[in-house]
Design a protein. Structure first.
Length: 214
């Protein structure tokens, strides 16, 4: 495993200084070797962490990709189904190939784990940039895996809900700022989101001067 990836994974495993908990469950060296093998396999697979394209209907059913089967099932969305290996990684704290549309807001925000899932969005974006696509190396253009419009809409919803919590933004200014720059979202209003973060940061600094960076 390249040094950059190994370092990133180790950073995620560092304990949360406020709670003493690790961002990721502790893994043995044998388990880490298994994680490395799975990640390496995804890099060379033309579908990466994804198994196949499916319709996910609001009635809870999963349908084949052909046609519009969700039309008579209260609507739905089409995107990739995750491989069992991706689920195996997720159970061990490693979330790869994240599809925003399929991920509930509550899974992203978890103060007890220092918002680890949100930080992993940034980490994955970084690794994709520095490691030739990382687990999406051959799957970056897997058609239909992630629908751009759905991801932008879901990304906008995620950011708006996060930014609506002014106390959270005050505590997590750097994280909020990076998420706005990284998470796909609808272009209109994007600058307003950034400006809102800056305004909130100014308000927080007025209330607590120690909030300002030094």
């Amino acid at each position: 495993m390249p040094k950059t990836i190994r370092t990133a994974l180790l950073l995620l495993a560092l304990p949360n200084p406020l709670t003493g908990q690790s961002y990721l469950p502790p893994l043995s060296e044998v388990q880490m070797d298994s994680v490395r093998v799975v990640l390496a396999g995804m890099k060379i697979d033309e579908r990466g962490p994804y198994l196949r394209i499916r319709w996910f209907c609001r009635d809870g059913t999963v349908q084949p990709p052909q046609g519009t089967p969700c039309a008579e099932r209260d609507g739905g969305n089409q995107h990739a189904e995750m491989k069992p290996e991706a689920g195996w990684l997720a159970a061990r704290g490693f979330h790869v190939g994240t599809i925003l549309q399929r991920t509930p807001f509550e899974e992203f925000v978890d103060a007890a784990w220092s918002n680890d899932r949100l930080k992993q969005l940034l980490l994955e974006d970084y690794l994709i940039g520095v490691d030739d696509g990382w687990v999406l190396r051959r799957a970056r253009f897997y058609r239909g895996a992630r629908q751009a419009e759905d991801e932008e809409r879901s990304g906008s919803d995620l950011l708006q809900r996060l930014l609506a919590d002014t106390a959270w933004v005050s505590r997590q200014y750097w994280l909020a700022n990076q998420l706005v720059a990284t998470v796909p979202h609808i272009g209109i209003g994007g600058d307003q989101m950034v400006q809102r973060i800056r305004n909130l940061a100014t308000e927080a600094a007025n209330l607590e001067p120690a909030f300002l960076p030094t």
